[in-house]
Design a protein around this ligand. Structure first.
Ligand code: NAD
Ligand code: DAU
Length: 363
């Protein structure tokens, strides 16, 4: 039996991981530590049995130490972060505070509790991003674990710094760490500031779909459940001190993702006449193609052109391979957002409104 501390477990990937882990490891202890920033949502954990939720900050080292000691935590899965590149461009300091200082705080607490005396069995798994490797040209080989770091945004720079801290705590103090660097996740509970949920909800409301630059930037799309399986594989088979790249095997230009989304929304409305009554502002409600909402806007400053993951190492050492095609994963995600209107409406009642109004309405 394992006792996990899951940081950021009320966010998008963290919450999916809690549900994933609880379903497959019913006897393990799960404590979620989450500060409930704009991106944290208790509702994401509804239905997850026997999960202890602690409302707190990873930068509170004393709190983390007491959780590790009092709850006999032996595994940390560290998701908590500021995660949105656009926000990092407008307010980089919060990214350094949470992603760098927050990770330092967790490492400090883990070292104090787990390495005291003769030490105790433990694992610190750090969840990071492919963005630390920078941007690829069209013919460059995909990112491998030995690709030099070249972060370009305040977000990716802060994640790169946190990766280096984790590496140093393993190398210097012997903390037993693993790190995964994954590509763009999508799926249930994703906050509607990221491309797929933002565009889905805009499409349902007849709002513009703001495409940055020429829309030809490439990302590798990873269904969040595949990501959870990859982390599980790191925890069970990953070698201490190693990093693993986890991808979805779906390298696509943004415009292809957006065209897929528009066509899928049109098809959903054609198949279910009830959707027109629920979302009368959607172009699809009157038979107008959703693609009519596509609007090219000023590019994101410093926008990385292409990310791609070489997952040879994860396949060979962990037996990891994504199970869902983008087509299947996207269809499942659209179905989830249509079936969980109450979830995203509640999100949009909150601080999300200010962010969208301030940053997207004028474009
Ligand atoms: P998210 O923004 O949806 O959730 C982040 C969570 O962390 C929220 O619940 C928030 O309340 C919590 N949090 C923030 N600051 C905190 C603090 N100081 N103390 C405690 N909790 C705090 O993020 P996500 O998309 O679920 O990403 C999770 C992790 O995965 C991040 O580390 C991110 O860098 C990484 N990642 C994300 C993606 C992606 O596509 N979303 C891809 C690669 C890596
Ligand atoms: O690659 C992994 C990263 O993926 C994670 O580390 C980040 O936490 C996660 O936010 C994500 O970063 P991106 O910047 O790639 O994701 P985002 O959904 O913001 O954007 C995806 C692509 O779509 C990117 O090229 C920018 C573009 N885009 C995004 C938005 C929100 C648009 O064209 N218009 C938009 O309105």
């Amino acid at each position: 039996m394992t006792n996990l501390l899951i940081t950021g477990g009320a966010g998008f990937i963290g919450a999916n991981f809690v549900h994933y882990w609880r379903a497959r490891h019913p006897d393990d202890g799960i404590t979620v530590l989450d500060a409930l920033t704009y991106a944290g949502n208790r509702a994401n954990l509804a239905g997850a049995n026997a999960v202890d939720f602690v409302h707190g900050d990873i930068r509170d080292t004393a709190l983390v130490e007491s959780l590790l000691a009092e709850r006999s935590i032996d595994t940390i899965v560290h998701f908590a972060a500021e995660s949105h590149v656009d926000r990092s461009i407008h307010g980089p300091a919060a990214f350094v505070d949470t992603n760098v200082i927050g990770t330092l705080s967790l490492l400090t607490a883990a070292r104090a509790v787990w390495l005291a005396g003769s030490g105790r069995p433990h694992r610190f798994h750090h969840v990071s991003t492919d963005e630390v490797y920078g941007s690829l040209g069209p013919n460059d080989p995909a990112f491998s674990e030995t690709t030099p770091y070249a972060p370009n945004s305040p977000y990716s720079a802060s994640k790169a710094a946190s990766d280096h801290l984790v590496r140093a705590w393993q190398h210097t103090y012997g903390l037993e760490t693993t790190t995964s660097n994954c590509s763009n996740n999508y799926g249930p509970f994703q906050f509607p500031e990221k491309l797929i949920p933002l565009f889905l909800i805009n499409a349902l409301h007849g709002r513009p779909l703001p495409i940055y630059g020429d829309g030809m930037q490439i990302r590798d799309w990873l269904h969040v459940e595949d990501h959870c399986r990859g982390i599980e594989a790191c925890l069970s088979r990953g070698r201490v001190g190693e990093t693993y790249n986890i991808g979805g095997g779906a390298e696509l230009p943004n415009i292809t993702v957006i065209d897929t989304l528009c066509a899928a929304v049109d098809a959903a409305f054609a198949a279910d006449p009830g959707l027109a009554a629920r979302f009368p502002q959607a172009p699809a409600a009157s038979g107008t193609p959703t693609a009519s909402l596509k609007t090219y806007v000023t590019d994101r400053p410093g926008h990385d052109r292409r990310y791609a993951i070489d997952e040879t190492k994860a396949r060979a050492e962990l037996g990891y391979a994504p199970a869902r095609s983008f087509e299947q994963g996207f269809a499942d995600t659209l179905a989830w957002y249509l079936a969980n209107e109450h979830w995203w409406r509640a999100v949009m009642d909150g601080s999300y409104r200010d962010w969208v109004d301030a940053n997207y309405a004028a474009r």
